[in-house]
Design a protein around this ligand. Structure first.
Ligand code: AMP
Ligand code: GLY
Length: 425
């Protein structure tokens, strides 16, 4: 079948690699893609915010299946419009993608269906929010309701910090995304990502990972889109995964069905592993980036078959095969990230880095310029290595990083530290 993949980051390079490896995939098109996805298919120019144009493109190019990588097209209802036009598309509907698009929506669903999450209140008025804050105490977490590109969450240690966040968000600092805020209790524990593949009724586990959101070693500095990841996350023991399925994912699916908006696609649960068990921090309606770059190289089952089964409501009884190996991904970013970065510096040595069989260099923010690869964004390359343990994958990934010649880039040097500490304990 002909497949159209939407997106342009490292996650999409990893998706393109796994989709194109499927016997079911005869042609892969990627809109807009990047120099990495071009190794696995054909990049195409297409305005994905123009749903009519995407539908017309699918008809002309005889696209049988569309896979959506990032959240924005999901929240904008691309899957609804494709489905209505008779084109099979993977990902949640606009209504179901509210699990990522609106924190207030998700918190209300949790409250209604008894899903463990931090206690919360919703506010559209700064004064009421502050009065509540004073009565509650600190630490406390202030969140913008809508999508805010990673800037919508403030974990406040003091009243001043929390009040500043409320004023910034309700005052319009994040645009419409902050018009409503959710104020919630601070949860203590270790964070981990749990992925489930959902067909509207059934969910099956789709692996675990741990991300590293802060820009500097030791989890210091500002939040980023993610500086590295590894999979599996041993902290999510089989028992905790079973609890997450039973207490969080399955009631969410049942709740979404009961509301008439069944959830189909990847449900990415950001979990806090507290002393009382896993609690939901947030949902994403898609695969994580960079988690996917550590997750998909471990998938042994056919990705296209699995995604089609989810679209067809046919996941009951399906189980996926995963490699026993661990994978670890180091994000190489342009100096200055997550602030302003300069584009256009040349990257050399990707081929040398990829020479061992178990190393893959995924492109995230790069640009092809003749024979040269240039940096073209904040997060630029994702270096993934596989190995028998996380420690081994980590050593191999950093060895590969050392072969990449890009003075204008940097990376964290401690990706996987929690898992390495655990393995060496
Ligand atoms: P989110 O965008 O909801 O994932 O939040 C970003 C980050 O803020 C999370 O990865 C956590 O590190 C932190 N965070 C969010 N909510 C809470 C909470 N209730 N308690 C403690 N930390 C939180
Ligand atoms: N790595 C975090 C995310 O994809 O949201």
């Amino acid at each position: 079948m002909n497949i159209l993949l939407i997106g342009s980051g490292g996650r999409e390079h990893a998706l393109a690699r796994s989709l194109s490896a499927s016997a079911l995939c005869s042609k892969l098109l990627i809109a807009p893609g990047n120099p990495g996805t071009a190794q696995h298919g054909t990049n195409v120019v297409l305005d994905v915010t123009d749903h009519r144009a995407v539908i017309d493109f699918c008809r002309v190019m005889k696209v049988d299946f569309v896979v959506v990588g990032p959240e924005a097209p999901l929240v904008a209802g691309l899957v609804d419009d494709l489905t209505a036009a008779g084109i099979k598309a993977f990902g949640p509907s606009k209504a179901a993608a509210q699990l990522e698009g609106s924190k207030a929506f998700t918190k209300d669903l949790c409250a209604e269906f008894g899903i463990p999450t931090a206690a919360y209140r919703r506010f559209t008025d700064a004064e009421s929010a502050k009065t509540y804050l004073r009565s509650y105490g600190v630490p406390i977490v202030v969140k913008a309701d809508g999508l805010a590109a990673g800037k919508g969450v403030v974990v406040a240690a003091s009243f001043e910090e929390a009040e500043e966040a409320i004023d910034m968000m309700i005052g319009g600092g994040l645009g419409a995304a902050g018009a409503e805020v959710v104020i919630e209790a601070f949860l203590e524990g270790e964070e981990a990502s749990f992925f489930a593949l959902c067909d509207g009724t059934h969910a099956i586990p789709f692996g675990t990972a741990q991300d590293h959101k802060r820009v500097f070693d030791g989890d210091k500095g500002p939040n980023t889109g993610g500086m590295g990841a590894y999979s599996p996350a041993a902290v999510l023991t089989p028992e905790l995964q079973a609890r997450a399925m039973r207490e969080i994912i399955e009631p969410t699916l049942a709740g979404m069905r009961a509301r008439g908006t069944p959830y189909t696609g990847i449900l990415y649960a950001g979990l806090m592993l507290t002393k009382d068990g896993p609690q939901l921090i947030e949902y994403n309606a898609r695969l994580g980036d960079p988690e996917t770059q550590a997750l998909l190289p471990r998938l042994r089952s056919d990705l296209v078959t699995a995604l089609l089964a989810a679209c067809d409501g046919a996941l009951n009884g399906v189980s996926l095969q995963w490699s026993d190996e661990a994978a670890l991904t180091v994000v190489m970013a342009a100096q200055g990230y997550p602030g302003a970065v300069e584009k256009g510096s040349q990257i050399r040595g990707i081929g040398e880095a990829e020479r061992p069989d178990d190393v893959i260099v995924f492109h995230a923010g790069t640009k092809q310029d003749g024979d040269r690869i240039l940096a073209n964004g904040g997060r630029v390359l994702n270096v993934t290595a596989l190995g028998p343990t996380i420690s081994d994958a980590q050593a191999k990934a950093y060895e590969a990083v050392s072969r990449i010649d890009w003075p204008e880039g940097f990376c964290r040097r401690d990706i996987g530290w929690r898992a390495v500490e655990r393995e060496q304990a």
